[in-house]
Design a protein around this ligand. Structure first.
Ligand code: NAD
Ligand code: IPM
Ligand code: MN
Length: 379
């Protein structure tokens, strides 16, 4: 039996609540397979790790991540740690950087057509939205030089710097191109920047343009300034159907915005990889590891109530099965099970819905309904 080691980082707030449901889905899949076993082990990370060890990313947790076939994470942070010297969020940034996970993939489409009514946009504007945000994850403002807050209690200035090198832009452009080419017909790419103001964006736009022209001339490329991109996402999102290629902070902001138009922040998964995602593996080829997490945070306002939407995390587990374990059929079964739960006869025919989707289903009820179906059978 093949053994896959998965490091699980529940984190803070609703993190443990949503991760529990995804873990139960993975355990069900493992128990029903004769070919492989998923070995899951949980580790302290984020605020809870600061409480127990003083560090957001303890060495033992980092080691467990480095040795794993894949990592499943919930979310970190919360008011308890927001004014401390050690920050949970810094642990996440260090983890992404240390593992070289520069490509963050955040697909946003309707997980079920029944969710079109939940969108805050008119159904005719929202229906058919299908956007994959490809976010550069270990550069830009998040990692440039900054004046740390702890230089004194009342600094009179503070700064962060947005830095990109040609090589950093090239490699994320190639990831976007490979994702665009994996679709038939290939997806158009919209590169989002602020080239009318920022020098780093002018470099970004030049390198994206040249790289695609030289290496992928068949792909359609448009450029959009980030302010108008934010507007188009709510005015006419289908205009951006395809791949949105953008730098770290713009991708962070635009992906939260995009999530709501296809239902809720609680629904969107993500994969963070050290290269382009791949699904066709030669026999014996080992898929690359990656970090899989919902795009939302620890939601302190609803933590502890058992009502968080676990679907973003469960769909992240599906991406984990696909890209880091090479289990495409199992990934599809999880996605189909999510659709089935959302489409079920529960809630007067509206499907199983947590509170963010206007329903009253608990995290556990949603996990319970997805779990058995996710285990197959496979066609
Ligand atoms: P958030 O994403 O935690 O919450 C924003 C809103 O969306 C809240 O009203 C919340 O209740 C709701 N929400 C989020 N996920 C949900 C789910 N699964 N089901 C139902 N509702 C959901 O953003 P925030 O409140 O700005 O941040 C809270 C903390 O989380 C901060 O410390 C922040 O740094 C951290 N954070 C962590 C991550 C991560 O770990 N990847 C991501 C974003 C924010
Ligand atoms: C996300 C989060 C993180 C980010 C924070 C918690 C560091 O918002 O994963 O989207 O900004 O990348
Ligand atoms: Mn975010």
């Amino acid at each position: 039996k093949k053994i896959f080691n998965i490091t699980v980082l529940p984190g803070d707030g609703i993190g443990p609540e949503v991760v529990e449901q995804a873990v139960r889905v993975l355990e069900t899949i493992s128990a029903s397979s004769a070919d492989f076993e998923l070995k899951l082990s949980s580790h302290d990370f984020g605020g809870c790790a600061i409480d127990s060890t003083g560090q957001a990313l303890p060495d033992s947790t980092l080691k467990a991540c480095q040795g794993a076939d894949a990592i499943l994470m919930g979310s970190v942070g919360g008011p308890k740690w927001s004014s401390g010297k050690v920050r949970p969020e810094q642990g996440l940034l260090t983890l992404r950087k240390t593992l070289g996970l520069y490509a963050n993939i955040r697909p946003a489409s309707f997980a079920s057509s029944s969710l079109v009514d939940i969108s805050p946009l008119k159904p005719e504007i929202a229906a058919g939205t299908n956007i994959i945000v490809v976010r550069e994850l270990i550069g830009g403002l998040y990692f440039g030089e900054r004046k740390e807050q702890d230089v004194g209690p009342n600094p009179d200035t503070a700064w962060d710097t947005m830095v990109y090198s040609v090589e950093e832009v090239k490699r994320i452009t190639r990831v976007a191109a490979k994702i665009a080419l994996a679709a038939n017909p290939p997806l158009p790419i919209t590169s989002v920047d602020k080239a009318n103001v920022l020098a780093s964006s002018r470099l970004w736009r030049k390198v994206v343009t040249e790289t695609l022209k030289e290496e992928y001339p068949q792909l359609k490329l448009e450029h959009q300034l980030v302010d108008s991109a934010a507007m188009i996402i709510v005015a006419n999102p289908k205009k951006l159907n395809g791949v949105i290629l953008t730098e770290n902070m713009f991708g962070d902001i635009l992906s939260d915005e995009t999530s709501v138009l296809v239902g809720s922040l609680g629904l969107l998964p993500s994969a963070s990889l050290a290269g382009a995602p791949k699904t066709d593996f030669a026999p014996g080829e080992k898929p690359p590891s990656g970090l899989y997490e919902p795009i939302h945070g620890s939601a302190p306002d609803i933590a502890g109530q058992g009502i968080a939407n676990p679907i973003g995390t469960i769909l992240s587990a599906a991406m984990l099965l696909r890209y880091s374990l090479g289990l495409e059929k199992h990934a599809q079964a999880v996605e189909a099970a999510v659709r089935k739960a959302l489409d079920s006869k529960a809630n007067g025919g509206l499907g199983l819905r947590s509170r963010d989707l206007g329903g009253a289903s608990t995290s556990r009820e949603i996990g319970d309904s997805i779990r058995p179906a996710a285990a197959g059978p496979f066609s």
